[in-house]
Design a protein. Structure first.
Lengths: 61, 382
């Protein structure tokens, strides 16, 4: 644990905002593409929240 | 954040979650096999594929295809005809007792080259049908859909309130912290918070688009009332055109295609059905680009004369509905997207399940968490 922060501190919201942006980019890029770079970008971006969930939920000890 | 504000948001999060959690768990669990419906269909042998033939093999007339299908079920009428997105070698003919919407339908799959019946798969029975019905309307038709839409709205309220509460409850914790001590509820509280925040955007988009999808029937009805009634005014009072008086469907298809060159057929709605008028065979065409392939252009062709009556542009609300569908289904990015969709779905199940566990375990966990947050940061759960 660390010193209490403001509820809206950047340190609290930095990673949630990054993951939300990546998710949004992934959802949108897949919608406008048909294979190729767009789908690869969608996969990479959506892998971020899935990987974060698996890492913090189960893999990290 | 002031204590009273925190308590209000906690109340919103607790009750919006509690009311919708059981239904959202059902939707997440039933949605999981639906992500892989094509693959499961292959495993179960219910997917139909056209036998390979040279690309220049001549195609059977659509009128012959329909005659072949009608011969299988002479006591039924044709409601819809469609082709799969990835193949124009097959025709799926949907046949029902009357043109009215019903769950009593038969599907005849006809080879578009030879005009032979390939299969008559039953889409109204079996495991996947049960999953689909539970997911779409709880076997309760439009009221079931609208009820699930309301639950979706509560989910969105739970997500927004959960995001508002995340900050106050993470004031002393690092991102991703999960306290795996002696108290299991604390571990599940942290898991609820971390999995909730990482899946927040995905679950919000899937939840919102799912909610929009529950309004599809109403939006189509509104469109017919709002925009099509003027187009259909000259036909007012006339009964459904009898099959014997209808023009060639193949000729009607050619008229529709000439009216919207470069577009491909998505499906055909026959006279009197929910997607057409009593006097028209309506051809829903789609574009060729990744996004336009999702958007439909209806072309109303007079069922007697095979001449195009109108091709109204879809209004914004139906365009929004069609664009929102892939964002709910996750069927637009190949196998990788399906697997990620399933993973995020499972993470959401853990978020919902952990919230329920925390509420059952602690009774008034949210209030306790609020008190704890006021003194020292902990977390929040429904």
């Amino acid at each position: 644990m660390s010193r209490p922060r403001s509820p809206w501190a950047w340190a609290t919201w930095r990673w949630p905002v990054v993951l939300a942006l990546l998710t949004g980019i992934g959802l949108a890029s897949g919608l406008f593409s048909d294979g190729g770079f767009g789908d690869a970008l969608a996969g990479a971006c959506l892998a971020a929240p899935a990987a974060a969930g698996l890492w913090f939920g189960w893999l990290r000890r | 954040m002031r204590s009273v504000t925190l308590k209000r948001w906690t109340w919103v999060h607790k009750w919006s979650s509690l009311v919708c959690t059981a239904f959202m768990l059902l939707l997440c669990v039933t949605g999981l096999p639906l992500i892989f419906h094509h693959e499961i269909g292959h495993l179960l042998g219910t997917e139909v594929e056209a036998p390979p033939m040279p690309a220049d093999t001549p195609r059977a007339s659509l009128d012959r295809v329909l005659a072949v299908a009608r011969a299988q079920h002479p006591d039924r009428v044709v409601q819809f005809v469609s082709q799969p997105e990835d193949s124009n070698d097959l025709w799926f003919v949907t046949m029902t007792p009357t043109p009215d919407p019903t769950d009593d339908f038969r599907s005849v799959v006809v080879d578009a080259r030879t005009g032979e019946v390939l299969a008559q798969p039953r889409f109204d029975e079996g495991f996947m049908w049960v999953m689909l019905k539970l997911h779409v309307d709880l076997f309760a038709g439009l009221p079931g859909k609208l009820f699930l839409g309301l639950m979706g709205l509560l989910l969105l309220a739970a997500i927004v309130s959960g995001a508002v509460l995340y900050g106050p409850f993470m004031r002393k914790l690092e991102f991703g912290a999960v306290r795996r001590g002696r108290r299991p509820w604390l571990k599940w509280l942290d898991l609820h918070n971390v999995l909730g925040i990482v899946t927040l955007m995905w679950l919000f988009v899937v939840g919102a688009t799912g909610m929009i999808n529950t309004w599809a029937d109403l939006l189509i009805k509104y469109w017919q009332h709002d925009q099509l009634s003027a187009v259909l005014a000259p036909y007012r009072g006339q009964p459904v055109v009898p099959p014997a008086e209808r023009a060639s469907v193949q000729r009607s298809l050619e008229s529709a295609s000439q009216h919207a060159p470069g577009m491909e057929l998505s499906f055909i709605a026959f006279p009197g059905t929910a997607f057409s008028s009593p006097h028209h065979t309506t051809f829903f065409l789609r574009g060729n680009e990744p996004l336009t392939a999702r958007l439909l252009q209806p072309v109303l062709v007079d069922a007697r004369s095979a001449e195009v009556t109108a091709a109204p542009r879809l209004p914004w609300y139906l365009t929004a509905l069609l664009v929102s569908q892939p964002l709910h289904f996750g069927d637009y990015g190949g196998r990788a997207m399906q697997i990620l969709w399933a993973l995020l779905d499972i993470l959401s199940i853990v978020v919902l399940g952990s919230g329920l566990y925390l509420w059952l375990r602690k009774g008034s966990a949210a209030n306790a968490a609020t008190d704890a947050a006021a003194a020292q940061p902990a977390g929040v759960s429904p």
